[in-house]
Write a protein that binds this ligand. Sequence first.
Ligand SMILES: *Cc1c(COP(=O)(O)O)cnc(C)c1O
Length: 372
Amino acid sequence: MDRDRILLTPGPLTTTLRTKLAMLKDWGSWDADFNAITAGLRTRLLDVVHGRDTHVLVPLQGSGTFSVEAAVATLVPRSGHVLVPDNGAYCKRAAKLTQMMGRKATVVPFAEDVPVSADAVEKRLRADPSVTHVLLVHCETGTGVENPLAEVAAVCERHGKGLIVDAMSSFGALPIDARTIRFDALVAASGKCLEGVPGMGFVFLRRAVLDACAGNSQSLAMDLHDQHFYMEKTGQWRFTPPTHVVAALAEAVAQFVEEGGQPARLRRYADNCSTLVEGMGALGFKPFLKPQIQAPIIVTFHAPGHAAYDFKRFYEAAKQRGFILYPGKLTQIETFRVGCIGAIGRNEMQQAVNAVGDALREMGIPSGAPAL
Ligand SMILES: *Cc1c(COP(=O)(O)O)cnc(C)c1O
């Protein structure tokens, strides 16, 4: 079978043919035609958060983590102190990269099956005035839980703290409005809900804090302040851009706008998510999160309790049927994850459920129900 499998993973994900075809052209990185693509992309992305008046958009080469690292390096002075509410693997990664860059990081731990509490964040800010920034993961992709961005942003504003948001897996799908939610930096990437291919991230930086960012970064390549002003001056990326990725993202964003923007994308993903959860439920599977805190991005399911279950075999059986699942990321209990994002709809989700049902039958497992 040489057809592409459907990726039920949170990036890379399934893209449209139109997006893939946009990569069949070579661009000169200094050329005016390519610079126009970058410039158009920057304004279109600002429009997604209604941020033209308040923010600038700085693209950066690399995977999403590179841009989180760049946001912290650029925003947080070396003497800064970052508070990281932690309810999962991506929060832990954010705290680790902050520490590794020599900034002080304090983790506020939460259970993995509940959202971060804005009240608890506020208590910590009251107790420790040395905190300069809060780093919030909007949708914790490790489980799929949605964290309360608006509430945490309000707390940060009230206390005069900077806010850095890792909105990697939520941007484009969940509503984020820069006119009502104050953030200093918000990070996302090409290969998630915008349905581009992986290879670049981008960071919205608040204009009001931009000048104060000069000289913060300990890294040349990660310096978003430098990247921004160079791009403003020359229209070009500082260092070799991922030209094909940029062209594909521009095409993906054009389709995003045609589809109806963020509200339409959320509707499709929410439909994907409910189709998945209902279908899997009928097979006996149980989601890890309560429905009211589940973002329609990625769903964590408990592994079946049956003795014959083995993730590798299960994965292979689903793959044989055309669907790529994702391993779990919880340390305490066995789970697996299924993404709801990408250029797919209800039909693909229903087919994925059918494939999972067939995979269970092949393994001799009568039900996806977890162990009690
Ligand atoms: C995907 C993702 C990232 C970035 O991961 P990369 O592997 O570096 O692309 C960061 N944070 C969250 C919440 C994500 O979902």
